[in-house]
Design a binder for this molecule. Structure first.
Ligand code: ADP
Length: 209
């Protein structure tokens, strides 16, 4: 058993791509909190209504909304799981520890700002399965056939806000895991397969790829 994992990293660092693949290979339940929120907004739910203004501007959704939502999801999982994009604040990290019997491990993807800005321009996401499209994929998702669309929050302004929020709020959460020796830093500046190899080494598991 690999145990449950949280995946952190700045916007466009590849959390979704790497996290989803790792969850699949390790048989972990997978939740991207960002994708879940975008779906709620698209579906016009009351949660979506509360989250929309934050998502549009690139601000983080308040802990009061995020924490119960994620704890509820976690409580429904029969297996270990991987969270992509949670915790994003020190409080979220602490609550997760308080509520769980086991200690999660944190994988932190590190990518410099210039590369993040390059990646975010023009990226496409599937409206149905929320996969980020690979280079060369156009219009339809190769995994599920859904439409590929730009993310509304990938505008320059929203991206810069998310990066600022990351530095202000997520870095303290990362320090929390580092101080407890539960964080592994992974250099995310390489093609996806190379980064994935590093991720596997970080969790110290053998997966045949
Ligand atoms: P990115 O990492 O590129 O910003 P995500 O899909 O992970 O993309 O998140 C998109 C947005 O969803 C965030 O900017 C934030 O507004 C919201 N969000 C996702 N997870 C959280 C969280 N744990 N706490 C607060 N807001 C969140």
């Amino acid at each position: 058993m690999s145990g449950s994992i949280v995946f952190l990293g700045p916007p466009a660092s590849g959390k979704g791509t790497q996290g989803r693949r790792l969850a699949e290979d390790l048989g972990l339940a997978y939740l991207s909190t960002g994708a879940l929120l975008r779906r709620e907004v698209r579906d016009g739910s009351s949660l979506g209504g509360r989250a929309k203004t934050y998502l549009d501007s690139g601000e983080y959704v308040p802990d009061e909304v995020m924490v119960p939502m994620v704890l509820e999801w976690v409580s429904r999982q029969a297996s270990d799981w991987l969270l992509d994009g949670f915790p994003r604040t020190l409080r979220q990290a602490m609550v997760l520890d308080d509520e769980l019997d086991v200690e999660v491990r944190a994988i932190i993807l590190e990518v410099g700002e210039a590369e993040l800005r390059r990646r975010v321009s023009g990226r496409l996401e599937c409206v149905d399965c929320h996969r980020v499209a690979k280079a060369g994929e156009k219009e339809l998702c190769v995994a599920c056939g859904g439409r590929l669309v730009p993310r509304e929050d990938d505008s320059v302004e929203s991206f810069e806000n998310r990066l600022a929020e990351y530095q202000r709020l997520v870095l303290p959460a990362i320090d929390y895991y580092r101080e407890r020796e539960r964080a592994v830093l992974v250099d995310g500046l390489a093609p996806p397969d190379v980064v994935y190899d590093r991720v596997l080494k970080a969790v110290a598991v053998d997966v045949v790829i």
